[in-house]
Design a protein around this ligand. Structure first.
Ligand code: FAD
Length: 337
């Protein structure tokens, strides 16, 4: 590893603004918002990186969501994401422009790209962060992520090398409220890239058929756990979810038992959700489940065991059998209309 020389030369918070086929991904806006919060603490700017072809038009949305500057890196060779192309152009920009922090989404693309850049520029990387902050005295980025199977949260720091790099789990950070008409500086970068630099040629993109649900976007989630006892347990929850215009979630125990698809799983190895209402039915409240839903606005827990840990974070606790309570709730809701 090379030492970085003078840490003070490194300035500004960068975020990788992931786009696919010219469409800005939600994670880009989440990272711009988080980057802005960090940048304000450091007294610097948040700069978004757009890499691709014909993507400069996405800058305006990034500004509205908080970016101060947008670096637009366009080239025919960058039309499709490739590890080689993105690693080369971003690493060279880091060498030249020296950001203090670089945030990348922990998406399939981000998980591929971030370690390659970190290795190329000889710095550290903390993967899958769920919380970020700044230690004021040292300007160090405090990078928090679940460790040891989610049984504790570890805060990792990089004292020696710059930039400080993290990948951040999608759905964890809140984007800022957009300010219509907010603008900033667009800086066009002409990348030094040739066909020989990109060893992978993208010939065709075949989209996988969309399977599963997008519980991350639901306003109401009714989740079932091991107490469902089989797929039939989820049939009891469905009328409640439908009545509330929500989706069905599940604990890992229910998914591992094969009662419901993995796309419904909430938690550390499932999805992170923040609905307006989260109703946990027959879920004990293991830390790995809480990791995925604890930031919901209102949590309602239904559990037979009054000591169940889920009640510690619930706003409303209902002690009893979900098989009786859920149909009763559906009936109540029915009576109201
Ligand atoms: P249990 O813990 O068995 O709880 C069932 C609950 O149902 C009990 O509280 C019981 O009182 C209640 N109950 C029983 N019958 C009824 C009834 N008729 N009416 C009402 N209540 C009833 N888990 C996740 O959920 N998501 C993850 O992403 C995840 N990732 C993990 C990653 C790692 C590395 C590890 C080690 C574990 C992970 N887990 C995850 C598993 C987690 O530790 C728990 O084992 C799991 O969440 C338990 O699921 P559960 O609450 O449905 O089951």
């Amino acid at each position: 590893m090379k030492l970085i020389g003078n840490k003070d030369e490194f300035k500004n918070v960068w975020v990788y603004a992931e786009q696919r086929e010219g469409e800005l991904q939600k994670i880009a806006l989440e990272l711009v918002g988080e980057g802005k919060r960090l940048a304000e603490k450091l007294g610097v700017e948040v700069c978004a990186l757009l890499v691709g072809k014909n993507i400069a038009g996405l800058s305006s949305k990034l500004f509205e969501y908080g970016a101060d500057k947008v670096y637009v890196v366009e080239d025919d060779l960058l039309e499709h994401y490739t590890t080689d192309g993105n690693t080369k152009v971003i690493s060279e920009m880091i060498d030249e422009l020296k950001p203090e922090i670089l945030l990348i989404g922990a998406t399939n693309i981000g998980r591929d790209l971030a370690p390659r850049i970190a290795s190329r520029v000889s710095t550290g990387l903390t993967a899958d962060c769920t919380q970020l902050d700044i230690e004021a005295e040292t300007r160090t980025l405090l990078q928090t992520r679940p460790a040891f199977g989610g049984n504790l949260m570890a805060t990792i720091i990089n004292t020696e090398f710059r930039p400080q790099m993290s990948t951040v789990r999608p759905g964890v950070m809140d984007p800022l409220d957009p300010v219509e008409g907010r603008t900033g500086e667009v800086i066009r970068i002409t990348p030094k890239i040739s066909a020989a630099d990109v060893r992978v040629k993208v010939r065709e993109i075949v989209k996988a058929k969309k399977k599963g649900v997008l519980i991350e976007e639901a306003h109401v989630i009714v989740s079932g756990g091991r107490a469902m006892g089989g797929p039939e347990g989820f049939e009891i929850l469905k009328p409640l979810a439908e009545r509330l215009g929500g989706e069905i979630g599940a604990s890992r125990a229910a998914v591992d038992s094969g009662w419901i698809e993995k796309s419904h799983q909430v938690g550390q190895t499932g999805k992170t959700v923040k609905p307006v209402i989260y109703i946990a039915c027959g879920i004990s409240g293991a830390i790995q489940h809480l990791a995925g839903m604890k930031d919901s606005d209102v949590i309602i827990a239904i559990n037979k065991d009054p000591e169940a840990p889920i009640f510690k974070i619930a706003n409303y606790s209902i002690v009893g059998d979900y098989k009786e309570i859920v149909p009763a709730l559906v009936e109540l809701l029915g009576e109201k209309n």
